[in-house]
Design a protein around this ligand. Structure first.
Ligand code: PHE
Length: 376
């Protein structure tokens, strides 16, 4: 009997020493929340592709801290209620240690407070509104902010395009659009330019002729449309139909293959700011473009690149933390002051916002081409 107890104790010790930790090291669960269907579906699909690729690359190398990464993806359809439900499901049911997502700023501002109050890390690759990281210290991002992007486009319109007057057409239903419009207007006025029209619409509207007719009458040199491609395409088409010939411009929200499919002619000669160009000569970028294109049959856009970077940044944080405990991951990420991704080299400020360059892209001969780089 004594002998049996001894064996049992030894067996228990062996079990707790080796088997339990092995089980705990099984997988590290990370959630992904993307609008894979709905009005900005190309955003969601690209983000899911980019995030998946980073996870597959890490798992092919044995995972992180000896554990495989399990990525659980939810489609929020660009509906804020769905985004909130997805965040709660991932945190409460799946017990993820971190979420990559919040593709648009409105989604990130919905998911952020849930992640923060649950003490789960949120890394967004794409949400550019300044308020996103102000939600709390569990929220990180690897994209520049709309304050910068708005200034970049105001400078470009005023200095490069020599625009003295501009019109702005804002989506009042989008945190992103409102923030970017404000940043553009402020800088354009500060440079000495005049905002002659300040019009608005709601996302999903289909008829923009009333606003565009007003804009046309005021004869601006430039029209800034800080919206998403699904609205920008009909806006551009209707603007040209109404005979507005001046260049239009926007921000990263223009980045979708759909824009050219729906409005290539109307978009010709327009410019927008973005986070990524597959034309960059950098070897890191070229390898990413090659592998992504091979895997998905199309070149990566900024969203794919940003979510790839967001996931890599998060995985590096987990490695650095030496633990999959969200509080430790948060601390490790906060201590990472630089990161080199396919969207460029970045340094982080005290508020978990990266400082990095923007690219200005031009729509030329029915294609999106690199125009110039603007350093912060
Ligand atoms: N910056 C946008 C937002 O905050 C999202 C976006 C990023 C769209 C990159 C296109 C490309 O809503």
């Amino acid at each position: 009997m004594k002998h049996f107890v001894k064996i049992l104790i030894i067996a228990l010790v062996i079990f707790s020493l080796f088997v339990l930790p092995l089980q705990a090291a099984g997988t590290i669960k990370i959630g992904g929340i993307f609008p894979i269907t709905g009005p900005v579906a190309t955003f969601g699909i690209s983000c899911a592709n980019g995030a998946k690729m980073a996870v597959e690359e890490a798992n092919a190398k044995g995972g992180v801290l000896g554990s495989k990464i399990e990525l659980i993806i939810e489609d929020d359809q660009y509906k804020l209620e769905e985004a909130a439900n997805a965040a709660k499901k991932l945190i409460e049911r799946d017990k993820v240690v971190a979420i990559v997502g919040g593709v648009t700023s409105s989604e990130a501002l919905t998911i952020g407070p849930i992640a923060q109050s649950s003490k789960v890390v949120l890394v967004t690759g794409t949400a550019t509104n300044p308020k996103v990281t102000q939600v709390g210290d569990f929220i990180f991002r690897v994209c520049f902010l709309d304050d910068f992007q708005g200034e970049v486009m105001a400078n470009f319109a005023y200095k490069n395009l020599k625009a003295k007057t501009a019109a702005v057409l804002t989506a009042v239903t989008s945190d992103y659009s409102k923030g970017l419009a404000d940043a553009f207007k402020k800088k354009f006025a500060a440079l000495g330019g005049k905002i002659v029209a300040d019009e608005s619409y709601s996302e999903g509207d289909t008829d923009f002729r009333a606003q565009l007719t007003k804009i046309k009458a005021l004869k601006p040199d430039f029209v800034f449309v800080p919206g998403y491609y699904s609205d920008v395409a009909p806006i551009l088409n209707q603007a040209r139909e109404l005979g507005i010939t001046v260049p239009f411009g926007g921000g990263d929200g223009w980045d979708s293959p759909e824009l050219l499919k729906q409005a290539a002619k109307a978009a010709e000669g327009c410019f927008y700011s973005n986070h990524f160009t597959p034309d960059a000569k950098d070897l890191l970028v070229q390898t990413f473009v090659k592998n992504y294109t091979k895997k998905y049959g199309m070149a990566p856009d900024a969203l794919a690149a940003l979510k790839y970077d967001a996931m890599k940044f998060l995985l590096e944080g987990i490695k650095k933390a030496g633990s999959a405990d969200p509080v430790k991951i948060k601390e490790a990420l906060a201590s990472m002051k630089t990161f080199r991704g396919v969207t460029g080299s970045m340094t982080f400020d005290a508020n978990r916002n990266p400082i990095k360059s923007a690219f200005i892209l031009q729509i030329k001969d029915g294609k999106v081409v690199y125009y110039t780089t603007v350093k912060p």
